[in-house]
Design a protein around this ligand. Structure first.
Ligand SMILES: [Zn+2]
Ligand SMILES: [Zn+2]
Length: 648
């Protein structure tokens, strides 16, 4: 007798070992039809897994993340099968599930056109209708490589050879005439993938590196029900309207230029203005929180990065100026982080316990050599500017200072309106990871992570855990944000570091006269300005809150004879630091107003004969609609009042 503890607490007993799908069928046909995979003792497994001992047994349907991934991965096999049927010469690369669907990379002569995608979709429908059963089988590493060579699938051979080193059997999945190298898990049959849509076909380098061949990536999504697919497609259409990578270019916040390079956006005047407003505000608020502003170089000799550990742990991520391996010549690198530079401020003289905590802030530009395949608008870039900071502190100050860092970040994210959509991730190291990735011993990591867990619990922070997401010197609290397509990135980070102070000899003299090593907090407050700008554009669909709008008021004269009056009004607004302009183009007033609306300005005012006669303006606010006639002073008061309240 084998006992399975189900998720609802009930226990299901079975006579003898049986595959999971068989057991689920006994529980109920409805559940069997909806099942995508199972979790056995918390581990995700294929429905075909034979259960032969007592365990915790959880069935994952499409409603769970694990279920969705299994469903989408099966859909990706259907896509690949359809492509192979129609284009037998296509070579298969990889086809994983992603956050909101799946993709498959193919090596074909040229990317698929919309017409070809339609054909592929029709073929997929056939495969679903055929209701082909998926089967799993295993081969020895040698047999697996030979099989893939024979099938003439060079990318699969490359992947397989990497796994073959481990000596473990290699798993395949087969559906009809189609076989794929695959660890699974998978659905039982192609019949369950009822509703799907191929979304686009774009170029993607093999393994994300531009040194490799450019492949054709087909993005798609799939659902058990047509209504769910429709809702998703509708949401994607809405997302496109907010996508900063499109809208931010149209509204002229930024652009990219081929000869400058990918991931190196050119911030246009409107974008630069928003960043300037944010930056001045952030620096002021930080100084109120006791931060000392620093300004340190963007490059340094290799020797600095050797002390900091970046040379050992982060060399691939840095832009190097010179030959990194020729020790006889000077070699510089652009900075990927500010830490080793800001520590020099602390190290400028001997410090005592009275100097701590020392809070250092800097508006810091950083450079990271990421693959061009990873680049995305203003969110994934190779050069960016962050509200950087490092706190050097005594161990007894850690919790208090961590709390202030968190409050500061929350205050800022709340003010710009992004906090409500943020989630928190406690990013930890991975003890099983290749030793090259992390500094320090297992004991040091345990201490740092336990301390951080305690602080987070005290502060009542609700978080998820991210394994292998830590910095090389310590655990992090990452404040995460999702873009319009659901892709998550870090917006703000607060990190505890018990290791680097020693490398830099940062001892302070304690009250008892002995030398002690401080702790360090690495943190940002609003994070990366480019990324924040991207999220603001998406959050507000390009219509910036009044206090952040690059242009707050557009003044629209009805005719040229009203220009003097408009100039007088503009001077008054500018004197009060309101950003405004006069639309003195030789256009009809209707066209000027339409443009103000399209440019998503917060406020525009029109000035005609009546306004000049009565010393008033006709005000329209994007937020409140037509506000009617207002005297100039009242308009100014209202604007200043709204800005002081930092209205959205
Ligand atoms: Zn697969
Ligand atoms: Zn740092």
């Amino acid at each position: 007798m084998i006992k399975l503890k189900l998720k609802d607490g009930n226990v299901k007993a079975i006579e003898a070992a049986a595959p999971a799908y068989e057991i689920i069928r006994q529980i109920g046909m409805g559940l069997y039809k909806a099942a995508c995979c199972v979790k056995i003792n918390g581990e995700v497994k294929d429905l075909r897994t034979v259960v032969d001992s007592d365990c915790d047994f959880e069935v994952c349907t499409f409603d769970s993340i694990e279920g969705k991934k299994t469903f989408w991965h099966t859909a990706s096999h259907i896509l690949a099968q359809a492509v192979k049927r129609l284009y037998p010469e296509a070579k298969l690369a990889i086809g994983p599930a992603i956050d909101n669907g799946f993709y498959y990379d193919f090596d074909v002569e040229k990317p698929f056109t919309q017409e070809e995608l339609d054909k592929i979709e029709a073929e997929m429908k056939k495969i679903v209708k055929e209701g082909i059963a998926l089967e799993q089988f295993e081969r020895s590493p040698e047999e697996a490589v030979a099989k893939l060579r024979e099938a003439d699938e060079p990318y699969k051979v490359e992947l397989c050879e990497e796994h073959a080193d481990k000596g473990e059997p290699i798993s395949f999945y087969k559906q009809g005439e189609f076989t794929d190298l695959c660890a699974g898990p998978h659905l039982m049959s192609t019949a369950s993938v009822k509703a799907f849509k191929l979304l686009s076909c774009t170029g993607a380098y093999w393994r994300g590196s531009e040194k490799n061949k450019m492949l054709s990536r087909v993005y798609a999504t799939a659902y058990p029900k047509a209504a769910e697919l429709e809702a998703d497609l509708k949401q994607r259409e809405d997302a496109k309207l907010r996508d900063h990578n499109k809208l931010g270019r149209e509204l002229e916040y930024f652009t990219t230029v081929d000869v400058i390079g990918q991931g190196l956006p050119v911030i246009l005047p409107k974008g630069a203005r928003v960043i300037q407003i944010l930056q001045r505000w952030v620096e002021d608020v930080e100084q109120k929180h006791g931060y000392l502003l620093t300004k340190t170089p963007y490059i340094a000799k290799r020797e600095l990065y050797k002390i900091s550990g970046h040379w050992d742990h982060y060399l691939d991520g840095m832009f190097i100026l010179g030959d990194p391996y020729d020790e006889t010549k000077e070699c510089f690198a652009l900075r990927p982080m500010t830490c080793p530079f800001q520590y020099q401020v602390y190290l400028n003289r001997q410090r005592s316990y009275r100097d701590l905590p020392m809070r250092l802030g800097e508006t810091s530009t950083l450079f990271r050599k990421e693959d061009s395949g990873e680049m995305h608008g203003l969110i994934r870039v190779r050069q960016f500017t962050i509200s950087e900071g490092h706190l050097v502190l005594r161990p007894d100050q850690l919790e208090e200072e961590f709390k202030d860092c968190l409050e500061l970040a929350k205050e800022m994210l709340g003010t710009v309106g992004l906090l409500e959509d943020c989630t928190f991730r406690f990013s930890q190291w991975d003890p099983a990871n290749p030793k090259n990735k992390y500094e320090g011993t297992a004991e040091q990591w345990k201490e740092a992570q336990d301390t951080m867990a305690k602080i987070l619990d005290h502060l009542g922070v609700e978080y998820t855990v991210g394994i292998d997401e830590a910095a090389f010197y310590g655990p992090k609290l990452d404040i995460q944000y999702k873009n319009v397509y659901g892709k998550e990135d870090t917006l703000v980070t607060i990190q505890i570091d018990m290791l680097l102070a020693q490398r830099f000899g940062m001892e302070y003299i304690d009250a008892d006269g002995t030398k002690k090593l401080p702790y360090i907090i690495h943190r940002t407050s609003l994070g990366c300005y480019e990324r924040t700008l991207a999220y603001l554009i998406e959050k507000y669909a390009g219509a910036m809150p009044l206090w952040l709008a690059p242009e707050q008021v557009r003044i629209v004269p009805v005719a040229d004879r009203h220009l003097d009056y408009c100039r007088d009004l503009a001077a008054k607004l500018e004197a009060a630091n309101i950003r405004c302009s006069i639309d003195d183009r030789a256009e009809k007033v209707g066209k000027k107003i339409r443009d103000a609306r399209l440019e998503k300005l917060p406020v525009w005012v029109t000035v005609g004969d009546r306004e000049v006669e009565t010393s008033t303006v006709s005000v329209t606010s994007r937020r409140e609609g037509d506000l009617g006639s207002m005297v100039q002073g009242a308009l100014l008061d209202k604007l200043l009042d709204d800005i002081a309240k930092k209205v959205r």
